[in-house]
Design a protein around this ligand. Structure first.
Ligand code: MTE
Length: 322
């Protein structure tokens, strides 16, 4: 029987380890030679963690996505993570996530489609016809944020590959569910594994919906969701499912992992960023920008409203912002 339990990241903000203490303790930023210039991936910041064996990727930089702040250093992105399959703490990469084996990695794309596919992630990458780099902001529901130079391709590319039928209304995604690669699966049996997320077809085919296979010029780090993870920059971070093994085009709305855990009371299906709609237990008005010591106002749809606000026309009765 499923035992419902609150994740530790629903704690009040003040209860988190202050970032400065966390970072100093680990001495992570030592080798970092200054903030990377916005619009360029700069050099390799040289973390000893989670770097081994990650290949550099070929990609073109997409100028359409510009940031209003500096890039978060790679070391910070790799070492400050939510990845519950490996435990409910932020220090995932230094230990547990190194057990993840991102290759070989089979991906299934199925459901209400004309051309279902089962293929290796590298074959999928070869079939989408070129990778691009996009600089995105990432806003966690816990009220911290970072920026990431993702490398990947729009979700639209897999839609094109499998040709969903008219009856497909949602895209459901699932993370691996293999306790031999991830200790947290077995040690936290009260969570409803596998991690599941879903989006409407309108959201999936919006240009912002991005599947990342790399970051900072290389294959994506284990702790960030290797070998392939979603990023939806206008939604709270928990929608951006990591280490995906299955994409299914379905008629019924999927129940998301945290929606399931909280019975929809704290985390919902839509989870669009909105500073004016507080989480039941804390404000969403501002966010802590990791590595900067700054707290800045949070923007509606995390600043991406021009591209996505229209997706929610006529849905005002839904809990769009949690
Ligand atoms: N995907 C899986 N499979 N497991 C998780 O625990 N955490 C989510 C999301 N995707 C999570 C996941 C949450 S709460 C956030 S904020 C982001 O991943 C964190 O991504 P990052 O660690 O790369 O910053």
């Amino acid at each position: 029987m499923l035992i419902k339990s609150n994740p530790s990241w629903v704690m009040k903000e003040g209860q988190e380890t202050p970032e400065s203490i966390y970072l100093n303790r680990r001495n992570l930023i030592k080798g970092f030679a200054g903030a990377l210039a916005v619009g360029s991936i700069g050099g390799n910041v040289g973390s000893a963690l989670a770097q081994e064996g990650r290949k550099p990727l070929e990609f073109t930089h997409n100028d359409a996505y510009v940031l209003d702040r500096d890039l978060t250093p790679e070391d910070v992105n790799i070492t400050y993570n939510n990845f519950y399959e490996f435990g409910s703490h932020k220090q995932i990469s230094a230990n547990a996530a190194e057990h993840l084996k991102p290759r070989p990695w089979q991906v299934v794309i199925d459901g209400l489609v004309n051309k279902p596919l089962t293929l290796d992630v590298d074959d999928l990458i070869a079939r989408v016809g070129g990778l691009e780099e996009r600089l995105y902001r990432h806003r966690c529901v816990e009220a911290w944020s970072m920026t990431v130079p993702w490398i990947g391709f729009p979700v639209q590319k897999i839609v094109d590959l499998v040709e969903p039928q008219g009856s497909a209304k949602y895209l459901r995604m699932e993370t691996f569910n293999d306790g031999s690669m991830a200790d947290g699966i077995g040690s936290q049996p009260w969570y409803p594994w596998p991690y599941v997320e879903g989006v409407t077809m309108g959201e999936a085919t919006n240009d912002l919906a991005f599947l990342a296979v790399g970051a900072y010029g290389k294959q994506i780090a284990n702790s960030m969701g290797a070998p392939i993870r979603l990023h939806l920059p206008w939604k709270y971070g928990f929608k951006s499912i990591k280490s995906i093994v299955r994409f299914s085009f379905v008629e019924e709305r999927p129940v998301s992992y945290w929606e399931n855990i909280s019975d929809g009371r704290e985390y919902g299906f839509w989870a669009n960023v909105n500073p004016q709609v507080p989480h039941p237990r804390w404000s969403q008005a501002t966010e802590r920008v990791l590595h900067t010591g700054e707290r800045v106002p949070t923007l509606l749809f995390n600043g991406y409203g021009d591209q996505v606000a229209h997706l929610y026309d006529g849905l005002e009765g839904e809990l769009l912002y949690r």
